[in-house]
Each structure stands twice: as structure tokens, then as C-alpha cells.
Design a protein around this ligand. Sequence first.
Ligand SMILES: [Cu+2]
Length: 345
Amino acid sequence: MKHIIGVVGLIAVLTAVTAAGLSSIDLLPVRASAEGLPIDWLFGLHLQVIAFLFALIIGFMLYSIVVFRRKPGENGDGDHIHGNSTLEIIWTVVPLGVVLYFGYLGTVTLSDIVSPVDNEMVIEVTGSQWAWRFDYPDAGVSSTALNVPLGRTVLFKLTSNDVIHSFWVPEFRVKQDAVPGMTKTLRVTPTELATFKIRCAELCGLDHAKMLAEVNVLTPTKFEHWLSDEQEALAAAESGPILQRGSNLAELQGCVACHSVDGSKSNGPSWLGLYGREETLADGSKVKVDEAYIRHSIINPGDQIVEGFNNIMPPTFGKTLTEDEIETLIAYIKALSNRDDQASQ
Ligand SMILES: [Cu+2]
């Protein structure tokens, strides 16, 4: 009995110390979504259980090492113990109950944070190698940075143009894969006026680590202003100069992740001076860059690989771009080269 009180006391003290230690370190970044509240609570609960399990093992071990150590002159065997059914039943049933309870808590929390609420705002998220695009279907606006209003639940509809990506803002706590050919959903209710980083949490190739975008949580008024500013800019750009329209489109479609327009080499060839040039292909042949070649390079990028580059351009643009968009991109690449002629005396 003395030993039981001793070991229970030791475990209680160790549990309290470990739990206090664990909760004093900042393991998570600030929380910025309503969905994060039950998740952080569950996380904290897990830490407490972990503290107890740690103390349970270490406590028994320390107690045995100190109290039951061999005394001088003690050379006999210890007692032989042939199982203990009561103990075995307890250490089977109790952990089973704990695990089932956590399973229950997890299920309830998950179904709670994914269920629809009133007045949601839909934002379509498209991942591509290696950029994010955000479409606001109700407002007809597209953006490469994510702007969301404070306090309103956003229903993200995620998809991908090429490989699997994963939409992740650690401060929001929730995460969802963007899978080509599928639409996945995620709900977030922002609770902090701040700017955070969106990361891709699924290894997706060469520049995976650079697949970042900003999320700005704005007051509802500022958000409405931003939307109408974007709508105006869009309307203005539609009739605006090709260099402007083209650069917007190349950014929205993620071309800029691999193509520069200033002559610098990136994952793909720069577009500066491309039009009209003689391009050397990987098989040694030469081809004159005209509209047909550019169109072919966008739709079937694997066909004619440029010398010195790898076949990493997504083959999906033929499907995801409209004819209008392809025309705009061709005209843009053309315009870039003409501008170059004029700029280089
Ligand atoms: Cu990615």
C-alpha cells in the first residue's frame, strides 16, 4: 500500500510538471480562425494525455530504480509473477475507452467545422505549379493574393490544374488538398485582422517551397472596397494596353512562376525577345518563333523542348485556357519582343 501511494503521488507530480511545461511552450502560431478554437482545444487535451502517459512510464521506472534497487548482499532471484488478469483487463479497457473517446471528439469537431453556415462566401482556389489563383465567382474577380472579410465564413472550393497541391494557412489551423479533376471544400471564418502566408503543403515539384501567396484579412468595408476596385481595374484592363492585360493574365495563370519577362532565366525561358527569335530545341533542330510555335508551346509543351530546359511545363493549359486567353498570351509575348526592339536603341 505504501508503494502504491508513493508511485501514484510521483506520477501525479510528474504529470502536473510535464503538462505545465508543455503548455508553457508556444507550439502553435497565433490562431486566426473560428475553426481553430475547437482544434486548439483538442490539441491541448492531447498534450495533457501525453503528459500523463509520459509520467506513467517514467514514474514507475524512477520509483522502481530508486526504491527496489538491489541491497548489499542480496543475491537471490526476484519474485516470479505469472500474469495478472485484473491488470491486463484494466490496461486494455481503459486505453480503448480513451482512444474511442478521442475518436468521438475528433468526429464531432470535424463535422462541426465542415458543416455549412448561413451567409457563406464562395472563393474558388486553383493551385498550379507553382502558384495560387483565387476567383470570386459572385463578384467576377480573380486575384493572386487572397483577400477575405473578417468574421464571415468563406467556403473555399479547391482544385488543381496539374498535380496535387495543398492549401494551408497554419494560423487558420485547417488544411485541404487541391486535387486535379476534383473540387474539395474547406470552410474558414477569419477572426484576426492581419496578413498571413498561404503555403503549399504537398510536395509538388521543383519550386514547391516557393508556392506561397498572401492572405489578407480585411474589415468587411475594406473588403467590399477591394472587390469594387478590382472590378474597376478589370473593366479598365479589358480595353487597356496588351502589355497590361497580358501581364495580368500571365500572373493569374501562374506562367510567371517559370517565365520572366526581363530576360532572366527562370525554370523556363524568358519571354523577352522570344518572338521572332530562332529557338534551338533539345534535339538540336532550330525553329523560328512565330505565333504558331508559341501556340503549340502553350498547348503541347512536351512536343518541342527548348535546349537547356526540362519538360516541366504543365501540359494542361490547352484545356484550362480559353481561346481568348491563348490569343492574349500570344499577343503579349509578341508585344514584349517589339517593346524590346524599341528599348534597345
Ligand atoms: Cu504545390
